[in-house]
Structures are given as C-alpha cells and as structure tokens.
Design a protein around this ligand. Sequence first.
Ligand SMILES: NC(=O)c1ccc[n+]([C@@H]2O[C@H](COP(=O)([O-])OP(=O)(O)OC[C@H]3O[C@@H](n4cnc5c(N)ncnc54)[C@H](O)[C@@H]3O)[C@@H](O)[C@H]2O)c1
Length: 157
Amino acid sequence: MKILITGGAGFIGSNLAKKLIARGDQVVIIDNFNDYYNPKLKEDRIKIYLKGCQFKLYRGDIRDIKLLDKNLPYDIINIGGDKEEKLTRFIEVVEQNLGKKAKKKLMPIQQGDVPSTVADIRKLRKLGWKPTTRIEKGIKNFMNWYREYYNEMKQSS
Ligand SMILES: NC(=O)c1ccc[n+]([C@@H]2O[C@H](COP(=O)([O-])OP(=O)(O)OC[C@H]3O[C@@H](n4cnc5c(N)ncnc54)[C@H](O)[C@@H]3O)[C@@H](O)[C@H]2O)c1
C-alpha cells in the first residue's frame, strides 16, 4: 500500500513510518521540520532512526495543496489513544519515573488549551489496529529514550 504520513519526522510519524516500511508499504513523508521543539531531533529521526529505510521525503507544509496533490489520492487516518487521560495522572507518572515531585502552580485554562481531547480512531480500528500501550509504559519508555538521546547529544557536542 502507498501511505502518506504527515508529520513523518515527528515522534508518532517516524515510528509509524518505520513499522509500515518494515511491513512492505511504500511510504511518503511530508514534514516542515518546524521549530516547535529542537528540529535537530526531527533530522536525527530521518537520518538515524530511519537509516536504511526506503521512503520518499518532502520537506514542506501539509497546507501546501500543490505538494499534497503530487501524492493524491490519499485518505486521512488519525492515530492515537481513544481514552482520555487526566493531565494530573500524566504528571503523577512523570513524577514516579523521576522519583521527585513536580512544583505545580495550578492556573485557569489557558488560551489554546482544550478541556478534553482524544483521537478518533474508528478508521484505524476497522483496519484492525487498537491502542495497547498504557500511559504508564509509554511515559516510562519515552523518559528512558529522552535521557539516552540527550546524554548522547551532550557527549557528542
Ligand atoms: N505523542 C502522543 O502521545 C500523542 C497522543 C495523541 C495524539 N497525538 C497527536 O499526534 C500528532 C503527532 O504527535 P507527535 O507526538 O508525533 O508530535 P511531533 O511534534 O513529534 O510531530 C509532529 C510533526 O509534524 C510536523 N508538522 C507540524 N505542522 C506541520 C505542517 N503544517 N506541515 C508539515 N509538517 C508539520 C512537525 O515538524 C513534526 O515533525 C499531534 O497532532 C499530536 O497532538 C500525539
């Protein structure tokens, strides 16, 4: 299958790309490598994490219709968990993994915040996929990776 992944240099997109390529799908990635967080991490995902994988990369904005049209036809599939998690539970798990308590300053809802959000994964479920990673395991894995990655970066700079 030919699959277009938007944000393919991101955390979810790059992991998805790796799995699909291993499964034999033809993958096209579009990413604008924005600086919402360190773009070097996105470059490393392409260069190091996806090393040896066959895929086509377009550096650009998904709002650029001409760029998308090059890759039509496409379908949009939302990937994520479909169960709400409380932000307080998320912080608790981070605290447990760090072995220290966060200094919390509770504020009213901020501009751009949403009261609740979940991924609509009905299409994915039809394709036979369902989320299986619990937040406790996901955060633990993420924090292990984060420490390793930034320690390696510090050592190599
Ligand atoms: N990480 C999670 O646990 C999680 C859970 C549920 C939902 N989500 C959602 O999944 C999506 C991806 O999450 P992530 O953690 O991989 O984030 P991420 O920031 O690591 O990845 C997003 C990628 O999209 C790219 N991007 C952003 N705007 C773009 C644009 N206009 N054109 C092209 N590329 C663009 C960014 O450069 C980045 O590489 C987000 O919408 C997020 O809200 C994430």
